[in-house]
Design a binder for this molecule. Structure first.
Ligand SMILES: [Zn+2]
Length: 92
């Protein structure tokens, strides 16, 4: 597995943390369980850290937009240098 593809893997994992933190926070609020609220906050922090550290273009190192569309896997292009992140093809 190439390093380029890992960027998208990290993105998917970080989104799992985000959705988990939202669900846990809702449950914590509804059931007023303080410890779950803390867990939700920790998961949200992990999501933010992963987004800041790993969600960058591997070629030009610029931060990618948070609304970057990974559903459309055939056109995962860096908006700054146009490199294809899925196939790891650098646009020279
Ligand atoms: Zn780039």
């Amino acid at each position: 597995m190439s390093k380029k593809r890992d960027v998208l893997q990290f993105r998917k994992i970080s989104l799992i943390f985000l959705f988990s933190s939202i669900i846990i926070s809702i449950i914590a609020t509804l059931l007023t369980i303080d410890i779950l609220g803390i867990v939700g906050a920790i998961l949200l922090t992990i999501y933010i850290l992963m987004s800041v550290i790993f969600w960058r273009c591997p070629f030009c190192k610029k931060r990618l937009p948070t609304r970057f569309n990974i559903a459309n896997v055939d056109e995962v292009l860096c908006p700054y240098c146009n490199s294809n992140l899925l196939y790891g093809e650098e646009n020279i």
